[in-house]
Ligand binder design. Structure first.
Ligand code: NAP
Ligand code: HSE
Length: 429
């Protein structure tokens, strides 16, 4: 066996430690699969003084210059996270002729096009399987195995933290604040949970998926995003009684040549496979004109599942290096127009707290009727005799979001309406 393939790791946190451990455990089989051993030559961290299991002290560095000065480094694995300095570091590695493997969804969602262009200009590869769905293979299937399809839609549960929280709310009837505290205690949610609960993390991942699926230039700003913070235990109870689950769905679709990309809580009919993806699991459903519907499901995070995706990319690059294969040209993507939310058609669920008195329902129905919105069902679920209120749950037939938003504004203005609670789209069923 010849000279080892030299690797540098940028970051040795959750994922970095998993990559190091998997490289140690699988050293022999990886060497056999590549034709040469893999050798970790540098591990870049912030705090070089801290002891880290499985990392020789001499490999630790805080200097990217030191990594780049080592001619034996051929592949750089970026598992630092965050936009900066990760973006600059990846670019510098590519410009220096190193192949890069990254798990960084934020960098790939915001700067993927530029970095892939940079990789192509320097005849190296930039791979990012771990950036979406952790251990689930999805970047490679979209780039290769589904390439013959016209992909018509991508629908996904791609944030494990929020899926854990929503599952707990559905199964145990818990409130949002309680499940957030539990997710933080178990280490799923960060002390500042904003990126997960506001759908930011999922919007980065969806932007990456839409780019690959539809061959378009997408940025996270093109994704309309609503988080899960306003959901209540009552929404879950009503969903169950209507035959639905509530999921934070990341969904991308081309409608009349325009992109509809959303991350939002959605009523998903129990007959849909995605309604049953529970806990920290992730799943991505792809619809293609040739293949029909395919579903990829598995662990969306965690050191070893993520290491599985990172190392698949590393082995792929290492095999090409050993075989002397040149990197393929990167595919260029076309610009796309984003369809305004007002034009996007859906069925909706509305929860409205009203004064429990005659004629209230008729006034709400009149407003919906004037907007040409057809009511599918109305249920008066709960009354509060002390407060003199009742809770109405209304579902509509398909209607453009703009018409519904206008009706909701008018309903909110009625003196007999105490609150319009959640207004959520419905899929399936
Ligand atoms: P993490 O535990 O916070 O680890 C980050 C590592 O990067 C630490 O070793 C840290 O050094 C180092 N680092 C951060 N900023 C640095 C800087 N400016 N200079 C030098 N070193 C720096 O993060 P993680 O959970 O492993 O996530 C890493 C990446 O993988 C992120 O892009 C994340 O989105 C992605 N990802 C994570 C998961 C998951 O399950 N966690 C799943 C899929 C994808 P110190 O150790 O000295 O602080
Ligand atoms: N915070 C992410 C999640 C994990 O909860 O799915 C890494 O992508």
């Amino acid at each position: 066996m010849g000279e080892p393939v030299g690797i540098a790791l940028l970051g040795a946190g959750n994922v970095g430690a998993g990559v190091l451990r998997a490289l140690e455990l699988g050293a022999d089989r990886y060497a056999a699969r590549v034709g040469r051993p893999l050798a970790v030559r540098h591990v870049l961290v912030r705090d070089v003084a801290r002891r880290r299991a499985g990392v020789p002290r001499r490999a630790l560095t805080a200097s990217l210059d030191m990594v780049l000065a080592d001619p034996a480094v051929q592949i750089v694995v970026e598992v630092m996270g965050g936009e900066q300095p990760a973006f600059d570091y990846i670019r510098r590695c590519l410009e220096s002729g190193r192949h890069v493997v990254t798990a960084n969804k934020e960098v790939m969602a915001k700067h993927g096009g530029e970095l892939l262009g940079c990789a192509s200009a320097h005849s190296v590869r930039l791979l990012y399987e771990a950036s979406v769905g952790g251990g689930i293979p999805i970047i490679s299937p979209l780039s290769r195995d589904l390439l013959a399809n016209e992909v018509t839609g991508v629908t996904a549960i791609i944030n494990g933290t929020t899926n854990f929280m929503l599952t707990a709310m559905a199964q145990r009837g818990s409130d949002y604040a309680d499940v957030l505290a539990e997710a933080q205690r178990l280490g799923y949610a960060e002390p500042d949970p904003t990126a997960d609960v506001e759908g930011i993390d999922a919007s980065y991942k969806l932007a990456i998926l839409c780019g690959l699926a539809f061959h378009i230039d997408v940025s996270p700003g093109d994704v309309a995003r609503t988080g899960i913070t306003r959901l209540t235990a009552r929404d879950f109870r009503y969903a169950r009684e209507l035959g639905y689950a509530i999921k934070l769905l990341a969904s991308g679709r081309l409608v009349e040549g325009e992109l509809v990309a959303t991350v939002q809580p959605v009523f998903v009919a129990q007959g849909e496979p995605l309604a049953h993806v529970d806990g920290v699991l992730n799943a991505v459903q792809v619809e293609g004109d040739l293949v029909g519907r395919v579903l990829f499901e598995g662990p969306g995070a965690g050191p070893m599942p993520t290491a599985s995706a990172v190392l698949a990319d590393v082995l792929d690059v290492a095999r090409d290096l050993v075989a002397g294969r040149p990197p393929a040209e990167s595919i260029s993507y076309r610009p796309i127009k984003v369809r305004p939310a007002a034009k996007v058609v859906s069925r909706f669920y509305l929860r409205v707290t009203v004064a429990d008195q005659p004629g209230v329902l008729a006034r709400i129905a009149t407003i919906l009727g004037k907007q040409d919105i057809s009511i599918a069902s109305v249920i008066q679920f709960e009354t509060d005799a002390d407060a003199g209120t009742a809770e109405l749950v209304i579902t509509t037939h398909a209607t453009p979001g703009g018409k519904l938003a206008s009706a909701v504004r008018q309903i909110e203005a009625l003196p007999v309406v105490h609150e319009v609670g959640n207004v959520l789209p419905m899929v399936g069923g």
